[in-house]
Design a protein around this ligand. Sequence first.
Ligand SMILES: [Zn+2]
Ligand SMILES: [Zn+2]
Length: 147
Amino acid sequence: MIERVLKEIEQSPEPALPGCRRCGGALMMYEEPTCMICGWRDFTFEQPKTPPSKTLFDGARIHRARYNGDSPVLTGMVIDVETVKRAASRTGLLEYRPSCPYCESLMLRTETAKKDRDSGVTTRYICESKHRIGLVDRAHEVLTWID
Ligand SMILES: [Zn+2]
Ligand SMILES: [Zn+2]
């Protein structure tokens, strides 16, 4: 049985996912690998894509920023934001390195931060695929992002 399943996977033109651990059926990739036959889902599956930036900087911390704009599609989306303490920076403040919510690549700051009395400090970022977001920092306490 297992050999037969493996053979089918080898013949599949799609990149091979392991077969269903419940019934041996073919898995399709949705949010998790999901069995087409019995509906079993592999919740232990981890996306192989990990932003390489996470281990590059000493003292880096990962924060999470929740979407705070007005797009219903993006509502609830949370992105990783790395904070790096920059002793030598002009401001002496924490520097943020958000992961792009659309393609997960590291984003770079595009312009100086703008202070807004009501909503905090908004800094614009751009990724290598030209996606743009803004990070809103309220006294380093609540970090949110906008598009
Ligand atoms: Zn199954
Ligand atoms: Zn992007």
